[in-house]
Design a protein around this ligand. Sequence first.
Ligand SMILES: [Zn+2]
Length: 337
Amino acid sequence: MAGNAGKGWVLDFSRDGKRSTWIEVPAGRGKPPVRLAITIVRNGPGPGVLFTGGNHGDEYEGPIALMKLIRELEPKDLVGGTVVIMPMINPPAIAAGTRTSPLDGKNLNRVFPGKARGTVTERIAHTITTQVLPHVETVYDLHAGGVAAMIAPSVMFHKLRSKPLMARTVAAMEAFRAPVGIMIKEFESEGMLDTTVEKLGKVFGCCELGGAGMTTPETVGVTETGIRNLMIHLGIMKGRLKTPVWMGKRQTRYLEALSYGCYADAPAAGIYEPFVELMDKVKKGQPIGQVHSPKAPGRPAAVCKAPRDGVVFMRHAFGLIRKGQKVATIAQETKGW
Ligand SMILES: [Zn+2]
């Protein structure tokens, strides 16, 4: 078995009340187990939702909002159903402040559904897949751009073959009321939690809530409001949906990024100077930033150009950039799905 609830407490998703415990995942001979915090809040039968944060260890809106939710949410707040909260599903990466695990170098969001006898990161994925996912119908995984990138606070989703599942996925995205809802095509979907949940026929939303290895009051506000909105939408809580403020505005805009042509790569390594901000409109060929070479201060900077007309959905955030690293995602505005 890849994981056990700590302190003699068995994970029980059918009992009413609020319980917090740790799932212990073996990290290998002679090493202490990795402990996954999990809180289950249940009030009778009803829908089940799982919120996960800290999939990558340098993204913070999810862990902050979910630790606050653990302290605040009580069974009496629910009209029926179960809320499962896992604020940091990759604790070694959180402790190190890194995207990937320092224990085995793996990216948790590329090893799902995981392996019972794999490395510790693969075992974490396997534990979540086998012990938690069977108990919920909806999963919202809370991400951000990490140290490297800034992303317009958004719910990302994928085009799915099943029309009923697609309709439920879009409805959940709309209810979250993030500043952006975006349909995206992944070019390396293998191993993502997204893909595992979607294959199980469950509703999945990947939130990208900010970035640059930090949070702002607005990005945390978007996260907390969205979590609450989703619980109301699913019928687990009573209340009215609210629209959070971002950049002084209260609206959700719908975007699509469905081809390689949406991404601009750095033409050289060096120090990155952005010319555009999130949600700026750009034209194809427009300079969106440039890279200065510390090795040749007198040489003209290498200019990065918008690959197409659209809106800046993601931009590089960290000062240094590697050749070929993404400098921006230029998405196309749409009226909805
Ligand atoms: Zn992430």
